[in-house]
Ligand binder design. Sequence first.
Ligand code: IPD
Ligand code: CA
Ligand code: CA
Length: 285
Amino acid sequence: MKKPPKPSAVLKECLLEAGALIKRASAKEKRIDYKGRLSLVTETDKKSEKLIVGKILKAFPGHGILAEESGGRRPASPHRWIIDPLDGTTNFAHGFPVYCVTIAYEEHGKIMAGGVLDPTRDELFFAERGAGATLNGKPISVSKTPALSASLLCTGYPYDRCDLRRAKYYIGFKESFITRCHDVRRTGSAALDLCYVASGRFDGFWEYHLNPWDVAAAYLIIEEAGGKVTGYLGEPYRIDGKQTLASNGRIHGEMVHVLRGYMLKTKEPEDDAKEREEKIHGRHA
Ligand code: IPD
Ligand code: CA
Ligand code: CA
């Protein structure tokens, strides 16, 4: 009998093929549609996802899928693949070369393998649970930066920033950090931001309202690289949770302190939690 393929091998193949597809498409005219006022989607997002889902289901027909563009399937299976076929779509659409494709493989609710491929730099970040994290096959680890005052941070602003009250709330977090660190970047690809924490290029990252497909793979990559990922107050991380705080571990406490301070003095404007829930759980049920 033919041996079943290894999920991690299929995952890497999918990343490389989708990465090549994105690279070819980057030189061509982009067809842009809108999912929301600020949320773009291109033909390439959809083609990349079709390629990945097709390959995974060919190798593992009984597995579940949670993929950003096409929704998903949840058969009674403990195996699930979590896919963002193009993270950083706004950058891609504008020709700004910071985007990637990211895939995680989950068993019984635990991420077992994850990969993030940046086709503009040919960088493949990868981790398997318990086996460490790598960049193009070489081990990586988080930075040794000991204090917030010496750190380079990164953040992102979710799409509900089209509501001015929420935009101001998010900018307030940045204001709280900007005077306390070397600088704060906003690259536009959360999966790459997290991999840059894993590889020591950034010391810390925070963002509200990321989706499981943005974070699932990179979460494992950071943990395997010796970093820490939690909610804003240091609580255990959930890939379908509201907040992502990632760091090299050493500056985590200071980051929690700053986040707590801001949240204590600032009332969070209402957000459409129902719509978000539906997006992650309902639509894909
Ligand atoms: C977005 C990017 C961006 C982050 C947004 C994400 P997309 O993903 O990761 O950096 O700020 O919250 O939704 O839409 O380009 O796949
Ligand atoms: Ca994304
Ligand atoms: Ca995407």
